[in-house]
Write a protein that binds this ligand. Structure first.
Ligand code: NAD
Length: 338
């Protein structure tokens, strides 16, 4: 199958590209604008693969998207390209609306015009908003509360409209908090692992009791692939890891794995509008035969170990442009923290 993965140089996209290449006879085109989190080093092992092509380009650019779809005879589109970090969305909301809403619109329309057979939108549990009790089902109303999740929800609604209006065969996956190797070190688990390795404080928002359901990137990619091949067009599928934990418990586990003292944890001023809890009901996808396979404690240990043994990968990032952003965001908050 000829598959276009957008955002394939990012965290989830790169694992997905590898899985699609090595697990079948697919041809994979990776269209990525190489924004700050896009990193071709995530794919060095498959860069020379005979069924793999990388194209530098923006999903908001209709001419590029049209050309890629045509030149490579693309039959399936998986949209992983996005602005993804909530903290950044608070500082710069417009870039999220641009890529996550307008970029999705451009991609959808070009894919429809090109007669693509399946369009899978990779979305997030954050579109349901904060869920104090119970578990979000796919039909629940969307109640996003950050510019990131609102932009993702906008993308989801556009995708759904292409099914109701054009019967264009779309699918949406809503994954929970994902972790694993190659995740940009601003996100919770890699930030805490890399800080702990350097004996730096772990800046934990608010009271640290926010709850997330952790999903291994390997299970997430298996879920996306499962929905692609077995999902019903027009449907949404939740993908959760079944590993709900308080953030403070995850921080403690990272320190324990690295043998570092618990007093590295610093409670800092909470993120504005910080969602308290996300939780997914995944019965729909489980009925299709998918289930998570990675136990959180095992997956976290392997991930922390990856950051410990792949310091060249993340130190290039943390010593570059990222440092300015990181210092602005976290170091200030650490000042005066308890
Ligand atoms: N990481 C998670 O916990 C998580 C959970 C659920 C869903 N998701 C979703 O999965 C997808 C991938 O997330 P990720 O964590 O891998 O993000 P990431 O930030 O690591 O990767 C995003 C990729 O998109 C590329 N990109 C950004 N803007 C682009 C544009 N305009 N055109 C082309 N490429 C562009 C970047 O260069 C980067 O390679 C996103 O849609 C995200 O909403 C992520």
């Amino acid at each position: 199958m000829r598959i276009l993965v957008t955002g394939g140089a990012g965290f989830i996209g790169s694992h997905l590209v590898r899985r699609l290449l090595t697990g079948g006879d697919n041809f994979v085109v990776n269209l990525d604008a190489l924004r700050y989190s896009g990193n071709l080093e995530n794919l060095t092992d498959v860069a020379g693969h005979s069924r793999y092509t990388f194209v530098l380009g923006d999903i908001c650019d209709a001419t590029t998207v049209e050309k890629v779809l045509k030149e490579h005879g693309v039959k399936v589109v998986i949209n992983c390209a996005a602005e993804t970090h909530v903290d950044r969305s608070i500082l710069d909301p417009n870039s999220f609306a641009r890529t996550d809403v307008v970029g999705t619109a451009v991609l959808l329309e070009e894919a429809r015009k090109a007669g693509v057979a399946r369009f899978l939108q990779v979305s997030t549990d954050e579109v349901y908003g904060s869920v104090e009790t119970g578990w979000s089902k796919e039909g629940d109303p969307l109640a996003p509360r950050s510019p990131y999740s609102a932009s993702k929800a906008g993308g989801d609604l556009l995708v759904r409209s292409y099914w109701t209006t054009y019967r264009f065969p779309v699918l949406i996956t809503r994954g929970s908090n994902t972790y694993g190797p190659n995740q940009y070190p601003e996100k919770f688990i890699p930030l805490f692992a890399t800080n702990a390795i350097d004996d730096q404080p772990l800046p934990l928002y608010g009271d640290g009791r926010h709850r997330r359901d952790w999903l291994s990137v390997f299970d997430h990619c298996r879920g996306i692939e499962h929905v692609l091949f077995h999902g019903e067009p027009g449907c949404v599928y939740n993908i959760g890891g079944g590993n709900e934990r308080e953030n403070i418990a995850v921080a403690e586990l990272i320190l324990k794995i690295l043998g570092k003292p618990m007093n590295l944890i610093r409670l800092v001023q909470d993120r504005p509008g910080h969602d308290r809890r996300y939780a997914l009901d995944c019965a729909r996808l489980q009925a299709l035969g998918w289930a998570p396979t990675v136990l959180f404690e095992d997956g976290l240990k392997e991930t922390v170990e990856w950051y410990r043994t792949n310091q060249t990968w993340w130190r290039k990032i943390t010593s570059g442009e990222f440092r300015t952003y990181y210092e602005r965001l976290y170091r200030q908050r650490l000042q005066g923290a308890g």
